[in-house]
Design a protein around this ligand. Structure first.
Ligand SMILES: *Cc1c(COP(=O)(O)O)cnc(C)c1O
Length: 508
């Protein structure tokens, strides 16, 4: 399957090259054409009896068409191993019931966030792609912006991968204590972590600027270093996320909750639009999806966009208790615009130029109505998020994290809005994107009302464990005794020279 820049159809790449490059040279994202997805040889019926790993192989064969079966098998077995997913290595993403709906548990990987599903396998794709493809460069330098979870998942996935080096940029005060500790204590001789004075959007802009910076490109070329990305702008991040939408559908059929062919909804806590876009790709393949419900926190730029057709990032930025969704520029929306405009790269480019120049763009009515055929958007504010955690705990006996709680609250709103049309009621799957223990200081007070000012994160974990009986993920309790290795904070305009220094020093 050929991939094209969302901003210029003359720029194309095969999957291995696109994974190596991360971003297209013109700043666009690599994306397949919509007709190549809808016409692919995918059949949901034939997925129903397959294991997670076998579904992964079928999906990867379609999207990552220049990887051999053998290469895919090595990557899949390595990523979804006992070492990474423990007792969940067979199912990877279990699905369980909550009230009338379902929860897709995406947080059983090594860093307790859904990002692990893709970031345990992306380094393997990159290594394979670099062996077959690149002869010019002999080292890979991964630059990653994070709103908290991508950073640690990438640091874990790329730790000590040969000929690869990674730097993660996170916003100084934009992540939870546990997320920060996870990154600062990272192991591995090829990793570095920088706190950037700014928010996630600044970090993401920084990384995009570095990729398209002509000077850095020249220096990297001279040093035989290939710059790449572990963010969801990389197509190799997106494709693994398609798998759990199909797998969860298959499970619901197998377990007798739905009949094959019945349509279901997915409710997705959304920030950069990567996770939910993967759901859309699953739908394009032929998975019976009714609505994809975009769940946002107070940074509700996407709610307004779906309701008005205007994307406007000129607004107040809120720091919330669901920090991994504190984002005003949702990068992967660009791929949705590309696909639903019928691969109209010129149109997408004009919208992105508007976004760069004016901080906003307006799409035409035809495109908006196509988006609305599948997408519905809601948001929940801080109080609604806290109430959702309490309600899930008391009513459903489920402990959920602050991001999952946003989806829970948004599903409630969707259900109320549609309570008069019974046919609109489809079984709904809430994507649970992180372990509640990662955001323990926010979660604990919601379920007990205890004052947490005087107790640290680890004490909070113990208390939450006593209340809920949910096991504390080992990787999180172990943080208590780990040494902080990375505590550098840089201003935005110092970060580029940090990267150049790293390349020049050749300590990659
Ligand atoms: C990254 C993240 C999200 C948002 O996912 P996107 O793909 O960026 O939309 C939601 N919840 C958690 C816990 C995350 O880490």
């Amino acid at each position: 399957m050929k991939l094209f820049s969302t901003r210029n159809l003359n720029i194309e790449a095969m999957p291995k090259t696109a994974i190596l490059k991360g971003l297209s040279d013109d700043g666009g994202l690599f994306c397949p054409k919509i007709e190549d997805i809808t016409s692919s040889a995918f059949n949901i019926e034939s997925m129903l009896d397959l294991s997670y790993k076998d579904i992964a192989k079928k999906v990867f064969k379609i999207f990552l068409s220049d990887f051999s079966e053998e290469e895919l098998k090595i990557a899949i077995d390595g990523a979804y191993s006992k070492e990474n997913f423990g007792s969940y290595s067979d199912v990877v993403t279990p699905i369980t019931k909550i009230g009338e709906s379902f929860i897709l548990e995406l947080y059983h990987g090594p860093t307790s966030a859904f990002k692990d599903v893709a970031l345990t396998i992306l380094p393997r794709f990159l290594s394979i792609a670099s062996k077959s493809n690149f002869d010019e460069q002999n080292k890979i330098y991964i630059l990653t912006a994070t709103s908290g979870d991508t950073g640690k998942a990438a640091l874990s996935g790329f730790k000590d991968v040969p000929d690869t080096f990674i730097t993660v940029f996170y916003p100084t005060d934009g992540v939870s204590n546990i997320q920060k500790l996870q990154m600062q204590t990272s192991e591995g001789n090829n990793v570095s972590v920088i706190a950037v004075n700014g928010n996630f959007d600044d970090c993401q802009r920084l990384v995009k600027e570095i990729y398209t910076d002509k000077d850095i490109a020249r220096i990297a070329l001279e040093s035989k270093v290939l710059l790449s990305s572990a963010n969801s702008i990389n197509i190799g991040r997106l494709v693994p996320q398609i798998v759990y939408y199909i797998y969860s559908y298959a499970r619901l059929v197998k377990d007798g909750h739905i009949k094959s062919g019945d349509k279901i909804n997915f409710v997705v806590p959304t920030g950069n639009f990567g996770d939910i876009l993967a759901g859309f790709l699953a739908k394009l393949l032929g998975t019976p999806v009714d609505k994809l419900i975009i769940a946002s926190n107070s940074n509700n730029v996407l709610t307004d966009f779906v309701n008005t057709g205007v994307y406007n990032k000129n607004r107040e930025f809120y720091k919330t208790i669901s920090p991994s969704m504190d984002i005003l520029v949702s990068s992967n929306l660009e791929r949705l615009l590309f696909l639903l405009s019928g691969n109209d790269a010129n149109y997408v480019k004009s919208l992105m130029d508007d976004l760069n120049k004016k901080g906003m763009y307006k799409i035409d009515d035809g495109l908006l109505s196509k988006i609305r055929e599948t997408f519905v958007a809601y948001y929940a504010d801080e109080n609604e998020c806290k109430r959702a955690i309490k309600e899930a705990f008391t009513k459903d006996s489920r402990l959920i994290d602050t991001h999952t709680a946003i989806a829970y609250a948004c599903l409630n709103k969707y259900s109320i809005d549609h309570s008069h049309i019974t046919y609109a009621f489809k079984p709904s799957v809430i994507l649970s994107t992180a372990s509640p223990y990662k955001f323990v200081k926010s979660v604990l007070p919601c379920v007990t009302g205890v004052n947490i000012d005087k107790i640290d994160d680890f004490e909070c974990m113990e208390r939450l464990h006593k209340l809920s009986n949910e096991p504390i993920p080992e990787g999180l309790s172990a943080l208590k005794d780990k040494k902080i290795r990375f505590d550098t904070t840089l201003d935005y305009n110092k970060c580029k020279s940090f990267v150049i220094d790293n390349i020049n020093k050749g300590n990659l």
